[in-house]
Ligand binder design. Structure first.
Ligand code: MLT
Length: 320
């Protein structure tokens, strides 16, 4: 059973807070049936989608977004990583929808959302998120929970829509821009994907996304994620790669973040390392770093109990 966020009153200091979550083995609450059914339906991309009130199509800006929207209470907006979709948050959506309104779009170009070819900037994705909140008539500031590329989008959300943000949860992400070599690599990958599709990305990316333990012990999970990548639009993937290649370096700007911030990183993350995220946490005044054992870049999927416990603890902490 869930510990209903009981005893936690104060936000811990910016530090490696593994100890906060380690002794308390909080289990994610069982998904309410409809949530579980929805997530299972969406995750199994071989089957045609079954309409469900929690999934809606929202037309905004110049695009149709596929959006998961469930629960009630303070809003938490989930932003997925590359090249995935909202289903990467399935464990968090199930648990948190019992106490919060959880909103998780497929970003443009991903999942079942519409695709715009060319390049999509991180700012454009952030604009879409705010247009989505407007469409859903959510005027109160939200908690933004974002992973990796979602984090790059979160920087833009903060910079451009500061008043819409209550708290930040940054999972397995970076503030630095790409190196020259990384940028070049992205441009080549964008070409490859446009010419040959997403098959090789689906083949190769899981080795970087998951810890070696997850690769060994959770092959079904790895295959599910591989399927999501396989089914993602090559144009959408390419547009995001070009957008990420051109994103600015936010490292020197982290000190300006003035909302409570939780950083979560899988201890074995090869893409956004613990060391890098510790540095980010030190630069953000009101922040807490949680290092999750037995997880890599996809900590929310690999170690959902620990990630949910950290998020719940954080959301319960009063703002100063
Ligand atoms: C992600 O998980 O979103 C990607 O690893 C981000 C990136 O390629 O920099």
């Amino acid at each position: 059973m869930h510990n209903k966020f009981g005893a936690v009153a104060k936000r811990p200091k910016a530090t490696d807070c593994k100890s906060v979550i380690s002794p308390v083995r909080i289990r994610a609450a069982p998904l309410p049936l409809t949530v579980a059914a929805q997530v299972a339906t969406v995750f199994s991309l071989v089957e045609p989608p079954i309409p469900d009130p929690m999934i809606k199509t929202v037309s905004l800006n110049d695009i149709d977004l596929n959006v998961f929207d469930a629960g009630s209470g303070a809003p938490v907006l989930f932003v997925h990583g590359f090249p995935l979709d909202h289903t990467m948050w399935r464990e968090q959506l199930g648990a948190l929808s019992q106490t919060h309104r959880v909103i998780a779009p497929d970003l443009r170009g991903f999942g079942r959302s519409g695709v715009t070819p060319g390049k999509v900037t991180m700012k454009q994705y952030a604009d879409d998120l705010v247009a989505l909140l407007d469409h859903l008539q959510i005027r109160m500031p939200v908690t933004l929970c974002a992973l990796s590329m979602g984090g790059y989008i979160a920087w833009q959300f903060f910079l451009n829509y500061h008043g819409r943000l209550e708290r930040l949860i940054l999972c397995d992400t970076k503030a630095a821009a790409d190196s020259e070599a990384a940028r070049e690599n992205r441009l080549q990958m964008a070409d490859l994907v446009l010419n040959e599709g997403t098959a090789s990305l689906a083949e190769n990316m899981p080795a970087k996304l998951f810890s070696s333990r997850t690769l060994e012990t959770q092959p079904e999970l790895v295959e599910e994620v591989r399927n999501v990548i396989r089914n993602t639009s090559p144009e959408g993937v390419s547009a995001a790669l070009l957008g990420m290649a051109g994103r600015p370096d936010m490292s020197a700007w982290l000190g300006q973040i003035d909302v409570p911030t939780l950083l979560i990183v899988g201890r074995d993350d090869q893409i956004s390392t613990t060391e890098k995220m510790r540095g980010m946490s030190q630069a953000i005044a009101e922040s807490t770093l949680v290092v999750v054992d037995d997880a890599g870049h996809m900590a929310p999927l690999e170690a959902p109990e620990a990630v949910n416990a950290a998020i719940e603890h954080f959301l319960l902490s009063p703002r100063d």
